[in-house]
Design a protein around this ligand. Structure first.
Ligand code: ZN
Length: 436
């Protein structure tokens, strides 16, 4: 039985007049589940789900979007330009093309259930290889999924479908609202780019933006960074304002769909994030910052849901500082970042969180930030603690343990670790029961 994921992805246009007076079209996106990769599944439950064939043909319905018609813009061209941001990354194999000819009708409220999942998800229509892109001109399809009036603040939604226990998506789809929601063309395009990122299997990302807004109405959204180029496309809100990808977007798509040249363009920084006695800290935001370019890259600790605090990032050759903090509690549920943000009771929001910014100190622990130099093709392993210290995790046979599969710690640590794991598992199961 195929399982529908991410049924609640939607990108919403702003409801806050202030954002318009600033000349910005502010928007946010939500998803039902989040994780670096969005979906962790596979036979053993720790595999990021992807498209097995990264060359994906999507089929557009034969309508156009009224809101773009009004701007004298060709709908398929705008959508193609959004796709191109991902397609043009040469360290990733992902390649999305539009076939505008195979669906020979306007997909609308009367026939959408023969292309998309039905609204009660009794039928998924995931076996026709269409990957339909639906232009929902009057918002009726969005309203059918999310309730009357949803199309007044929802720009669209996208999802991919997979079968439990497998590692590959079967098929995806996107529905784009044609109502005029007063978005700039750039924001509209970035929203499609963001949704397509979810379609491929990318999660939201926080990088180094330590915004502390507590609700969607706070007028400080998108103002925590020096300028909007600091915000990735896959940030939970569309704050970016240029039609480009952020370094973090490029790194994560290259990790999920690596081209053969990845090792000549990136090194790998990996390790575990732990507390002062070596217990894993799950669901923290981990980021690296290039000391020369300022580029940032991030992932969530234990993003593979192995209960060991493991993190891994692709970094272009250079020198980096390494950091951690907690996920902004605003990023829960549909706006979640990482696998432990299902709701405010989930692991990312429970002790030892919230954790303020942790700066990795390096091997000397002299109070200065450690600088990590990485070469392309190189893999560096650094375990660090919430006090910023380099941590040697010793396995029970006395060897330094850099294997993901090994348990770590001396016997007493091992016992503690198992206890903690059991507790965390209990919380995960209760907090995320809908996942399994
Ligand atoms: Zn999103």
């Amino acid at each position: 039985m195929p399982k529908l994921i991410d049924t609640l992805f939607f990108c919403s246009a702003p409801r806050y007049a202030l954002s318009f007076t600033l000349g910005y079209a502010l928007a946010y996106c939500t998803s039902a589940f989040a994780g670096g990769p969005l979906i962790i599944e596979g036979p053993t439950g720790v595999t990021p789900v992807t498209y097995q064939n990264p060359n994906i043909t999507v089929h557009t319905d034969n309508d156009t979007l009224n809101s773009l018609d009004d701007l004298l813009l060709d709908t398929n061209t705008v959508v193609e330009e959004a796709f191109a941001l991902w397609n043009n990354i040469n360290t990733s194999t992902i390649n999305l093309v539009i076939n505008p000819t195979q669906i020979n009708e306007d997909i609308n409220i009367n026939n959408f259930d023969s292309y998309l999942p039905t609204t009660n998800y009794s039928e998924f229509n995931a076996d026709d290889n269409l990957n339909p892109i639906v232009y929902d001109n009057n918002g009726e399809i969005i309203d059918a999924f999310f309730g009357d009036g949803a199309s007044d603040h929802t720009i669209g939604f996208a999802a991919s479908i997979f079968t439990s226990g497998t590692s590959y998506f079967k098929e995806g789809y996107a529905v784009i609202n044609g109502k005029d929601l007063n978005l700039t063309t750039t924001t509209f395009k970035l929203l499609i780019t963001h949704e397509i990122g979810h379609f491929f299997g990318l999660d939201h990302t926080q990088v180094n933006i330590d915004n502390r807004e507590t609700d969607f109405g706070t007028p400080e959204l998108c103002k925590s960074a020096p300028d909007r180029s600091y915000y990735p496309v896959m940030y939970p809100f569309i704050c970016r304002d240029t039609e480009t990808l952020h370094s973090d977007d490029i790194s994560t798509i290259s990790a999920l769909y690596p081209a053969t040249n990845v090792s000549s363009n990136f090194g790998t920084l990996q390790g575990r994030f732990v507390d002062d006695i070596g217990l894993p800290i799950l669901g923290a935001n981990i980021w690296a910052e290039n000391t020369t370019t300022g580029e940032t890259f991030s992932v969530v600790s234990d993003y593979l849901t192995q209960n060991n605090g493991f993190y891994k990032m692709l970094l272009p050759a250079g020198s980096y500082t390494l950091h951690a903090n907690s996920i902004n509690p605003l990023f829960n549920g549909g706006s979640g970042v990482g696998p432990y943000t299902y709701n405010l009771n989930d692991i990312s929001f429970q002790p030892p969180h919230p954790i303020g910014e942790v700066d990795y100190q390096g091997a000397t622990d002299d109070g200065n930030e450690g600088v990590i130099t990485i070469n392309n093709g190189e893999t560096l392993s650094i375990n660090f603690s919430s006090s910023g210290s380099l941590v040697q995790l010793i396995s029970s046979d006395g060897d330094e343990d850099d294997s993901i599969s090994d348990l770590f710690g001396a016997a007493s640590h091992l016992t503690l670790w198992l206890l903690a794991t059991l507790l965390l598992l209990g919380r995960r199961l209760s907090g995320r029961g809908r996942l399994k």
